[in-house]
Ligand binder design. Structure first.
Ligand code: ZN
Length: 303
């Protein structure tokens, strides 16, 4: 299964230098998961050829406007396009109040069920699972309650070594049992353990979205060994005091987190509008973590 991450918006606070506000889509061949939904997300989705009707789950990191002001328009559009199936939005407490304000004032009408799931931003825990992933919340330190998200691919069915089938003359039922994780008892009294003869075709992949947060080494334990890490990098490290005051991170700090976590690769985003040229942020991150990339608008990462 190919996993594809499309960056929809990469700007912090205000749209600038042809960079839209926070939003990205994690895609499998059959599903699209929208993560944050800043203003301009609908245009970005159209440019990326992501159909609104394919999105059934939206993950909001926090309620700052640059991460959610696109949501109300997007929900309205879905309704106007005739959506009837349920849509789930995961978000810190407070989103329901905002949605209710729009619907009660008749600014927005939704003809589908909107399932708002409040995420506790103080704990790391599984919040959802479907056929593809288990999703976890990651507590982040920002000016308001904020959560990161971890997507862990579900382990697909295991295979059994052909040599083992021949060696132990395994029957169909024994193979089935071993593939389900159980042991198999042979006629001569020996017991074959599942883990000795079965294997996974590949390691399940994982993706972590670390949204707005101050440099937080304490999150490393939740994201250890992640394949692809998105980490906000609002500033260069020369602005680290400012970053600290505003509860944001620098490109260098994002790279340090990636290094500490043993991440496979790092994607930087949420760039301050003060930077027209992002190359210095990338260079700074690569000085600590070489496999870093800029997650600019419409970049696509396959993994
Ligand atoms: Zn924020």
């Amino acid at each position: 299964m190919e996993l594809r991450l499309i960056i929809i918006g990469s700007s912090a606070a205000i749209p600038a230098h042809h960079r839209n506000l926070s939003g990205q889509v994690l895609q499998t061949p059959s599903s699209s998961y929208l993560i944050d939904c800043g203003e301009g997300t609908q245009f970005g989705l159209t440019d990326a050829k992501v159909r609104l009707s394919k999105i059934d789950h939206i993950f909001i990191s926090h309620l700052h406007g640059d991460h959610i002001f696109g949501l109300f328009g997007l929900l309205s559009s879905a309704s106007m396009q005739g959506r009837t199936k349920e849509l789930s939005v995961f978000a810190p407490p407070g989103l329901k109040l905002l949605i209710d304000a729009f619907t009660e004032t008749k600014s927005m009408y939704l003809n589908f069920e909107l399932n708002i799931v409040e995420v506790d931003t103080t704990v790391y825990r599984q919040i959802f699972e479907d056929e593809h992933f288990r999703m976890y919340s990651i507590p982040l330190k920002h000016r308001i309650p904020t959560t990161g998200y971890k997507f862990v691919e579900k382990q697909k069915k295991v295979n059994i070594h052909k040599e083992a089938i021949a060696k132990y003359q395994l029957s169909f039922d024994q193979i089935k049992s071993l593939k389900s994780g159980n042991n198999a008892n042979l006629e001569d009294g020996r017991t074959i353990c599942s883990e000795d003869v079965c294997f996974h075709k590949y390691k399940p992949r994982s993706y972590v979205y670390v949204s707005d947060c101050v440099f937080s080494p304490e999150i490393v334990r939740f994201i250890q060994g992640v394949d692809v890490l998105f980490h906000e990098a609002t500033y260069m490290n020369e602005e680290k005091e400012l970053a600290q005051t505003r509860f944001h991170s620098t490109a260098l700090q994002a790279a340090l987190i990636a290094k500490m976590a043993g991440a496979g690769r790092l994607i930087l985003g949420h760039f301050s509008s003060r930077y027209t040229d992002l190359q210095p942020l990338l260079d700074e991150a690569r000085s600590v973590f070489p496999d870093a990339s800029l997650g600019t608008d419409q970049s696509v990462f396959l993994f």
